[in-house]
Design a protein around this ligand. Sequence first.
Ligand code: C2E
Ligand code: MG
Ligand code: MG
Ligand code: MG
Length: 285
Amino acid sequence: QAKANGRDDCVFFDPIMQKELSYTLELEKDLKAAIDEEHFVLHYQPQYDRQQNIVSAEALIRWDSPSKGLLYPIHFIDFAEETNLILPIGNWVITQACQQLQRWKSQPILQDLQLSVNISAKQVWHKSFVNDIIDIVKKYQVSPSQLMLEITESVVLKDLTESVAKMNQLRDFGFKMSLDDFGTGYSSLGYLKSLPIDELKIDKSFVNDITVDESDLIMVKAILDLGKNFKLNVVSEGVETQTQRDMLYDLGCNLYQGYYYSKPLPLENFVSVVQNTNALVAISS
Ligand code: C2E
Ligand code: MG
Ligand code: MG
Ligand code: MG
């Protein structure tokens, strides 16, 4: 290509590409080291039911880098997907979540919590995924029904038959399945009837403008309706205000997650929020 331009500089010595390449190599090296040294943490964002009890939480990964500080998924998850490093990272997340559930088993207010984990496309399509995740829950003697596996529409639609088969295997073993970012991926809803799922998560982009944008309200209503008719739990994510929460409540939403209630929290903070909240709700009801 360089020759065709009538110039004989080689593309591989383009200084900008060179810089990008070394950045990429550097990031890959750092991420590999982070995996070896387990420089990750999970933050837990509580999910509230209609009675304001915390019944579950979404586990969200952060890269706790000694040199760069706390890095959010937007800075490394896509890259981890591209390089397949999401496979060991994903196993770390599942292991971590199971360890937590195991520790909570003997603790009255915490023992019934369910944890949601995000599962990436690469994980779902990896041939040993189903066996790996079953091995992990067996190892920690956790009930698979306490794990909600969040996958996105786009993953499912890449190969509907194959994903239905995998999801059936997971659900037959006892895992719960959730469809994350629902409403953003695809325009035809026909596929929904054949999906073995327990939950829909309304994407936060719809929740965000629900009080001001008629078309977002229509989307949210439609999703809640689908949930009701297919007997699925519906979670609203990105609930930021009381007005949004009240509107979703009136529309029949089952579960609420968002900054209005709580940001994702480090473990200790999450545990004390659950203990305070659920103990109070128990007394006042
Ligand atoms: P997601 O699964 O849709 O997670 C929800 C994201 O929305 C989280 O961002 C959460 O902090 C944020 N959020 C929650 N409530 C609010 C709110 O009220 N307002 C706003 N503006 N944002 C809110 P986070 O933690 O940065 O994660 C971003 C994405 O990264 C996740 O989106 C998920 O796709 C991915 N991710 C996170 N953890 C993992 C993981 O362990 N594995 C994989 N494969 N992906 C992960
Ligand atoms: Mg999610
Ligand atoms: Mg989501
Ligand atoms: Mg999202």
